[in-house]
Design a protein around this ligand. Structure first.
Ligand SMILES: [Zn+2]
Length: 189
């Protein structure tokens, strides 16, 4: 890999560089990586903060919504003064403040059939932090057709699920596990 770390990056990521499991090769891979987060809410917030802080070189973040004070107890990328702002702007400010050495691209729009494949093809890994089944199935289907590994997480009250769907690496996809969305009446909000 011909990508190099700058002196600033070597200083910032020095603790990673001393870890045998990361090292210079791993940090360069992270700098080269392009990761797309679907959602800047309860899951997207910690994901964005940690991936950005760790030095993922290019983060894409997609969320159509605005910051609401009633969500701040878990959506920790946003602050009280951000209420009413687009979540993608707020989270970008927070991540950039932690780590100005990475690039953040924001998409203040809903994921749709029309934009999904076009946006997904620019990334290496898709991370699903969405909060509704329509987006979750669309994320799975678009990642499948774009042949991108999908990191999946979901939470409900005190339960959580996390896995990686990589059908083009020989594994199942989300629809292999749950073939269709539950009836709307059974979906807790
Ligand atoms: Zn499948």
């Amino acid at each position: 890999m011909d990508i190099q770390l700058t002196n600033d990056e070597i200083g910032r990521y020095s603790r990673h560089l001393t870890l045998p499991q990361v090292g210079m090769a791993g940090q360069k891979k992270m700098k080269a990586a392009r990761v797309l987060l679907i959602g800047a809410g309860g899951l997207g917030s910690p994901l964005g903060l940690y991936l950005g802080a760790a030095g993922i070189g290019h983060l894409g973040i997609m969320d159509h919504d605005t910051v609401d004070v009633s969500n701040l107890h878990r959506q920790v990328a946003h602050g009280t003064k951000d209420a009413g702002r687009p979540k993608v702007e707020s989270i970008k400010d927070t991540i950039t403040n932690i780590n100005p050495l990475i690039e953040v691209t924001t998409y203040q729009e809903r994921l749709t059939r029309d934009n999904a494949l076009r946006i997904f093809q620019d990334y290496d890994v898709i991370v699903d932090g969405s909060d509704n089944f329509a987006t979750r199935y669309l994320t799975n289907d678009a990642a499948f057709f774009a042949q991108k590994p999908l990191v999946y997480g979901s939470i409900f009250m005190f339960e959580g699920q996390i896995t990686v769907f990589h059908p083009h690496g020989g594994g199942p996809c989300y629809r292999c596990l749950y073939s269709s969305p539950p009836p709307a009446a059974l979906v807790p909000s």
